[in-house]
Design a binder for this molecule. Structure first.
Ligand SMILES: [Ca+2]
Length: 343
């Protein structure tokens, strides 16, 4: 009798554990998301076919799409503190980076020089962008970008934007412009040596060596595509990007741009004369249109309001077009200058 009660108790306990397990499993985010994700994929496929992608390509490419929880984690990650501008630039433009870029240039000199001439874009700028985006092709990203884009499209936060990007990518595969076997890149769907999003590929990428596909992980196509992009958005060769200034403490607040989203209160360099302590030393055309940026202000706790400060020009804003970050554009132009001293 005692033995029978013991077995009954154990059985009850096992059933409880079993129920608990089922509950835990079905309530977990990953499980819930997966079933909802599959429904989303089904609806997305219909949408993609309606927008003109062939059914075969939609079925084939989307059949391997999975929900990637880590992509959501990266997208939600907000750094608790930002590096100050000096640290950010220093890390990304150091001697090692210059050395690595020079080695690549030496190897690919003929191609890179040809592209520089053809698109009117300085080779130093191309090298700087590649160095900062992927450390010269070392960090291309290993994420399956179809799944990344699908995950971000499924997610509510920026669904519309990423759905459009994914449809563009499917169209590029459908038109056999991009090889579907090499779609690995960053968690946000950027791809190749210069980290192009699908829309950038569609609008600016070039099959430079004319072998029918655009290979953004190879020098010829990726450098020509980046140069074409910069040329089309209006980068002007041999005109300045930014210059460092010592800003006076009486500079009105409205002139201090600290956000990359909307550069305000532009004027000729000479207009800002009364606010710039080292004005006389600035080796720059004083009639150029400029704006002042103070990238640490409002972002770095306890940062000095007026230091560091820079005058930025039209070219700088083209780099913001590429990536909307004040620090990114400063680092790119700094690395470009570093290359200029070496090539
Ligand atoms: Ca090609």
């Amino acid at each position: 009798m005692f033995f029978f009660v013991l077995i009954k108790k154990m059985l009850k306990k096992l059933i409880n554990i079993f129920i608990l397990l089922i509950l835990t499993f079905t309530q977990s985010g990953a499980f819930a998301s997966n079933s909802e994700f599959n429904i989303w994929v089904k609806n997305f496929k219909t949408k993609a076919v309606k927008s003109g992608v062939s059914r075969n390509v939609v079925e084939e490419v989307m059949s391997n799409a999975i929900f990637l929880p880590k992509v959501i984690k990266y997208d939600r990650f907000q750094p608790e503190f930002y590096e100050d501008t000096y640290t950010y630039i220093k890390k990304r433009t150091n001697k090692n980076k210059v050395k690595k870029g020079l080695a690549l240039y030496k190897k690919e000199k003929l191609t890179i020089d040809k592209i520089e001439k053809e698109f009117f874009i300085e080779k130093e700028l191309l090298l700087a962008l590649m160095g900062i985006e992927t450390n010269f092709g070392k960090y291309l990203g290993k994420m399956d970008i179809v799944s990344s884009l699908a995950t971000l499209s499924f997610d509510k936060r920026r669904s519309e934007f990423f759905t459009k990007e994914l449809i563009i990518l499917l169209k590029l595969v459908d038109q056999q412009i991009i090889d579907k076997k090499i779609l690995f890149g960053s968690w946000a769907g950027a791809f190749g040596n210069f980290q192009f999003m699908p829309r950038t590929i569609r609008n600016y990428a070039i099959d430079y060596n004319k072998n029918t596909t655009i290979e953004l992980k190879k020098t010829e196509d990726s450098f020509a595509s980046a140069a074409n992009y910069l040329n089309k958005i209006g980068w002007k060769k041999n005109t300045p990007c930014f210059i460092k200034i010592n800003l006076s403490n009486n500079t009105p607040d409205k002139y201090l741009n600290s956000s990359a989203g909307n550069i305000k209160n532009k004027n000729k360099v000479q207009y800002f004369k009364k606010y710039i302590k080292n004005y006389k030393d600035l080796k720059i055309d004083k009639n150029l249109e400029a704006a002042i940026i103070t990238p640490d202000k409002d972002i770095i706790p306890g940062a000095n309001t007026y230091t560091p400060a820079y005058l930025i020009f039209a070219n700088y804003e083209k780099i913001l077009n590429w990536n909307r970050s004040l620090r990114f554009a400063l680092a790119v132009c700094t690395l470009k200058n570093n290359f200029e001293n070496e090539i």
